[in-house]
Design a protein around this ligand. Structure first.
Ligand code: NAD
Ligand code: TYD
Length: 350
């Protein structure tokens, strides 16, 4: 069936993977990528598909209601996959209001546009909201987040995403809008902006810069290759149950310090450096306020109901990710010049 899917945030890390995938896999769909091109949005990420006849780009801010309404009208949007967000916890600590505007107000503006444009005939329309496991708060050393875990966000980022999830559900319960939500664990992979742990460490190892590990480094995250997140989004978009939530995770927990050691080892091998060279760059720095100890997703529902499981091991994904960054140093240099350099100096100067 013909669809015109509005993908928001399609110039970012995960959104661009989703756009590249949908444009190539579904030539009969129109994919409209809407992105404000903030510091995290980069049209270079779309190079592989930018000439495709089923791909369209709209530069717009999701907090701008008239621009969003215009895009719905202009392209006759049939479905939404909403990824646009401010996504970095550390930035949310410095600038919480940016997160409220984009993640909360921007989401409600999109929901309103969908409600208005689809005019109550919701059967053939889906609003898919992409969210994070961080809404569930922090685990101790035991247990996993399931779809029924209570929300308990701690950072302004996770609080804003939790709020947006609630608004999406409220539009389903109140107006009957067909929605689906997924909450995913930490992603890694090509095109990852180097303010997040894995690409930041890869970038710093290449450049022989200090590797800043927050606090004691014993915080735990569950890592998933971005391609497997995009596969899950494709599957949930097409076969997920309306009104449901799906947790997506890699069954792949790592303490930060162990992960940084692994990256150092792999990068020493790939760069032809003596084993142990990069490890010497590890520097413990001031902890993040409100730092969540551990995230771990139980993705059993997605596996049992829709048959999804990760397609690559962490070793394969990490190795491919490092290779991508080593072969795309122009991309890395472009995104780390200018505004990123100012951010980096501010974040790590104490
Ligand atoms: P990202 O920061 O790489 O990209 C966000 C994109 O949204 C950028 O292209 C940016 O330009 C755009 N954007 C920001 N504000 C906008 C606005 N007001 N209007 C229009 N566009 C705007 O983020 P990401 O890591 O790709 O995350 C994408 C989504 O997935 C987010 O909703 C995030 O909460 C969620 N998520 C991320 C992870 C992760 O590990 N990165 C894990 C789970 C869920
Ligand atoms: P991050 O990639 O920011 O993702 P999130 O906070 O959304 O999980 O951070 C992952 C983990 O790595 C988190 O525990 C914070 C830690 N971290 C560092 O130790 N040093 C860093 O420079 C960064 C960016 C993160």
């Amino acid at each position: 069936m013909m669809k015109t899917i509005l993908v928001t945030g399609g110039a970012g890390f995960i959104g661009s993977e989703v756009v590249r995938k949908l444009v190539s896999k579904y030539p009969n769909y129109k994919i409209v990528n809407l992105d404000a091109l903030t510091y995290a949005g980069n049209l270079e990420n779309l190079k592989p598909i930018e000439g495709a006849t089923n791909y369209f780009f709209e530069k717009a801010d999701i907090t701008d209601a008239s621009a969003i309404n215009h895009v719905f009208e202009k392209h006759q949007i049939s479905d939404v996959i909403h990824l646009a967000a401010e996504s970095h916890v550390d930035r949310s600590i410095s600038n919480p209001l940016d997160f409220v505007y984009t993640n909360v107000i921007g989401t409600v503006i999109l929901l309103e546009a969908a409600k208005k444009y689809w005019k109550g005939n919701y059967q053939n329309h889906l609003f898919y909201h992409v969210s994070t496991d961080e809404v569930y708060g922090s685990l101790g050393t035991e247990g996993f987040f399931t779809e029924t875990t209570n929300y308990d966000p701690h950072s302004p980022y996770s609080a804003s995403k939790a709020s947006s999830d609630h608004f999406v559900r409220s539009y389903h319960d109140t107006y009957g809008l067909q929605v689906v939500i997924s909450n995913c664990s930490n992603n890694y992979g090509p095109y990852h902006f180097p303010e997040k742990l894995i690409p930041l460490m890869i970038h710093n190892i290449i450049n022989n810069k200090a590797l800043p590990v927050y606090g004691n480094g014993k915080y735990t995250r569950d890592w998933l290759y971005v391609i497997d997140h995009a596969r899950a989004i494709d599957l949930i978009f097409h076969t997920g149950k309306i009104g449901d939530t799906y947790n997506i995770g890699g069954f792949n927990e790592w303490q930060n310090i162990d992960l940084v050691h692994l990256l150092c080892k792999l990068m020493d091998e790939k760069l032809g450096r003596e084993t142990g060279t990069s490890q010497q760059l590890i520097t413990y720095v001031k902890d993040r306020p409100g730092h969540d100890l551990r995230y771990a997703i139980d993705a059993t529902k997605l596996n049992k109901e829709l048959g999804w499981s990760p397609s690559v091991t962490f070793e394969e994904g990490l190795s491919a990710t490092i290779d991508w960054f080593l072969s795309n140093q122009t991309w890395l240099n472009n995104v780390t010049s200018g505004a990123y350099a100012t951010y980096y100096d501010k974040q790590y100067s104490h």
